[in-house]
Structure formats: C-alpha cells, structure tokens
Design a protein around this ligand. Structure first.
Ligand code: HEM
Length: 415
C-alpha cells in the first residue's frame, strides 16, 4: 500500500497484477452432484465483465479520501490519460514565447462562451426587440454593460491571438510532418472564429452592423453560384429580420458546435504529437531544456490568461464599444460603412479591384491564397524532411505584410 502510494505520487503505475491462470472445470463424478454454486452477489453497482481481466485501476490501493475513492472507482479509466498529460514536455528556446498564443486563443474562446451565455439571458433575437434588448443590457441589467464589453473585446482578442498563433506556428514550421492535421484543423478553427465575428456583428441590429452585413453578404454574388450562397446567408434576397435569425442561430449553435468538435481534434493532436521545435534547433543545441507541460507550462499559461483578462477589463472600462443607432432598413446607407478590422484586408482588395470583372478576380486571388495556405504542410516537402524551406517563409512573410499594409490603409482611410 505504502509502495503504491509512493508510486502514485511519483506518477508511476505499480506493476499490474497478473491475471489468474484459467482452471479447467472438472466434470462432477456421477451420483455426487453438488448444488450449483450460488452466483456471487454484486459488490457495487459497477459493471464487471464476465471475463477475467487485469485490473484497470492500478491506484486502487492508493486512496486518499472517501471522495477520491468515489472518483477513482468511476474514472479509473482516466488515469492513463492523466499520466499521458504528465509526460508532455515543452522545449525551451529563444522563440518559446510563441507557444503561449494557442492557449491564449483558447482562453478568450472560453471567455466568449461564458459571457455569451450570460448575454443570452436578456438578448432578444428579433428585428423589433434586438436593439432595445442591447440597450437594456447596457443600461439596466446589473453589470450587463461589463459582460457585453468583455464579450466584444474578448472576441477581438480571440481573433488577434488566433492570427498571432497561426503566423507563429507557420514561421516555426510547426505544420511539418506529422503535424499536418494540426495545421488544417487550426485553419478551420480560424475560419470559424472569423465566422463568429461576422455573425455576431449584426446581433445588436444597429445601423453600422446592418449596412456592413449588407456589404459583406453581397460579396459571394459575383462568383458563379454566389446568388445561392447570398440567399442562404440572408434568408432571402435582402438583409432583414430573417438574416438576424440566421446569424443568431449560426452564432450560438452551429458555429460553436462545429468549433467544439474541431477544437477537440486540434487539442487531442497537440497532446498526442507534442510540441514541435523549429527545424535544426535540436541538432544545433539551441534547445536549452524541456519543461513539463503539466503543471509547469500550464501554470505559466494561466499567468498569461490572467494578464489577458486584466487587459480586457481595462479596455472595457476605458474604451467601451458603442451601441450606435437602431438599424432602419429603409434609410440610405450612412457614410463610412466598414466591416470589423479582421476583414479590412479583403474589403480593400475588393475596392482596389473595382474595375469590370475585378471583384471576381479578387475573390479568385483570395481563394487561391487561402487554399495554398491550408495545404502548405503537404506542399512544403523540404520542411517535412527537416530541411529549411526559405520560399515558404517568404510566402508567409508576403501574406503577413500584405495583411498589415491593407489593414493599415483602411485605418488611414477612416480614422
Ligand atoms: C480557436 C482557435 C485555436 C485554438 C483555441 C488553438 C489552440 C492551440 C493550443 C492550445 C495549442 C498548443 C500550444 C501552442 O503550441 O500554442 C495549439 C498548437 C498548434 N496550433 Fe492551434 N489553436 C487555434 C487555431 C490555430 C490556427 C488558426 C492554426 C494554423 C492555421 C493552428 C495551428 C497549430 C499548430 C501547427 C500547433 C502545434 C504547435 C507546435 O507543435 O509547436 N492553430 N493550438
């Protein structure tokens, strides 16, 4: 028992008991028939398979409290998982700081779920009531203003963190073999995060959101079959109360549902494949050491989350998001309609290509770049052979600089 306790504390599984050797049942001698053995009374409500198996709970003798015992009996199957988590290690080198951004993205997503659930208690997703319910949350509900501000700021923080995480994993070539599916699942998560931003923008039903959604949902129209997509997004020909219902259902059910499934895959792969180090770092001795993921790295992650949360609270107080004026579908579009900052790049690209056929060309360019981006792990064969691939680094730099320049140009146009 003491040894088991020590093993449990050291994270080691004690030697498994050997299964008993099967004993052949002897046929009873004629005339000496004994009454059949009474079936063993079940000792607990736990299902016991009818075959003899090695004990799945190697820690059953290392119980610490009654509550611990209760959980051990029911979740002993999780013990190997916890052991597995304890084995994961994070390499330490001069670019290790970038490993925190995946966790930060996850943190802001959790903040979104929690604050979103609170907002749902008062938000009314109809054309007639949406705007008024936002005003009510902001002005009447105790701390409603704070929850709404955190939700709005954390949405931006989540997308910013996902951007940084995506580009940092790209430049560290963390997508290379065998992490291809980590990259692909990550890309899907990124698109879903943008989808959250797009669908959430309309929910306050204010003038800016209404007309920006009109512009945004118009974009696919120029592509072949695009009218059909526009119809699906809007729930009709025009942006209306139907569009609000669609955006709301996508925002609170469809997108979170898909995101949770893909996120589970992404995080499972992170655990199974571990954290990568940049190409050549191991061989050239640039890895200073390894840090246990659980609990050391996770504890440092948590410090980053607390700092991130403090920044969000600070911004919510000193720079609150406005509610604006209620949308009026019959009014002319006001000047200065623009989407959220993370769509500025695409927005300006479409404006720059406003010559005949230009919009379709811009969409084609953008789609090709996105396809190349998501397929990078399969195209960059040099990285998968652990060789440097400078052309891919240049491709990433080009996209990064183009995004920054385009975003900054929109900033200069409107501010
Ligand atoms: C909702 C969005 C996302 C969440 C919550 C998320 C979460 C995480 C977490 C917690 C990690 C482990 C810690 C780390 O290395 O940072 C990770 C690793 C990784 N993520 Fe993401 N991620 C997201 C989006 C993305 C995107 C957009 C990409 C790229 C397109 C991506 C690609 C990767 C890769 C390649 C790794 C492995 C890093 C390595 O082994 O060095 N992820 N992700």
């Amino acid at each position: 028992m003491a040894e088991n306790n020590q093993n449990a504390m050291a994270g080691k599984a004690p030697a498994k008991p050997k299964p008993a050797a099967p004993v052949a049942a002897k046929p009873a001698a004629p005339g000496t028939a004994k009454p059949a053995a009474k079936p063993e009374a079940p000792q607990s409500g736990v299902y016991k398979p009818p075959v003899e198996r090695a004990d799945t709970n190697p820690y059953k003798d290392s119980r610490v409290s009654a509550l611990g015992t209760w959980f051990q009996e029911r979740f002993s199957v999780m013990i190997p998982v916890i052991d597995y988590l304890k084995k994961k290690e994070v390499p330490q080198h001069r670019h290790s700081v970038w490993y925190y951004f995946g966790g930060l993205t996850l943190f802001f997503f959790i903040v979104q779920v929690l604050t979103g659930l609170l907002l749902l208690q008062y938000y009314k997703p109809t054309e007639a009531a949406a705007f008024a319910s936002f005003v009510f949350i902001q002005q009447e509900v105790p701390f409603g203003w704070l929850i709404r501000q955190i939700h709005a700021w954390s949405a931006n923080a989540m997308i910013l963190m996902a951007f940084i995480h995506m580009f940092s994993t790209f430049f560290m070539k963390a997508y290379r073999k065998p992490r291809e599916l980590m990259w692909v699942s990550g890309f899907v998560l990124f698109v879903l995060s943008l989808g959250f931003g797009f669908t959430g923008y309309l929910l306050p039903w204010n003038e800016l959101a209404f007309f920006a959604t009109q512009v945004g949902t118009e974009v696919p129209k120029v592509a072949p079959g695009g009218a059909f997509i526009v119809n699906i997004l809007r729930g009709g020909e025009e942006v209306s109360g139907e569009t609000l219902t669609r955006m709301f259902s996508m925002h609170i059910v469809l997108l979170p549902g898909i995101l949770l499934i893909i996120l589970a895959v992404h995080l499972l792969l992170v655990q199974v494949l571990g954290t990568s180090a940049p190409i050549g770092y191991k061989e050239s001795g640039r890895i200073k050491g390894y840090e246990k993921f659980f609990p050391t790295f996770l504890a440092k992650d948590a410090i980053g989350w607390l700092i991130g949360f403090a920044v969000i609270i600070y911004l919510s107080i000193i720079s609150p998001w406005e509610i604006g004026v209620q949308a009026n579908p019959l009014a002319p579009a006001p000047l200065g309609i623009k989407p959220e900052w993370y769509f500025w790049g695409q927005f300006l690209l479409l404006k720059d290509f406003s010559f005949p056929g230009g919009e379709l060309l811009a969409i084609a360019l953008f789609t090709t770049a996105a396809l190349l981006w998501v397929l990078v792990p399969f195209i960059d064969r040099r990285a998968s052979r652990e060789e440097r691939s400078p052309y891919f680094t240049l491709f990433g730099l080009f996209l990064f600089v183009a995004f920054i320049v385009y975003t900054f140009r929109v900033f200069l146009m409107y501010y």
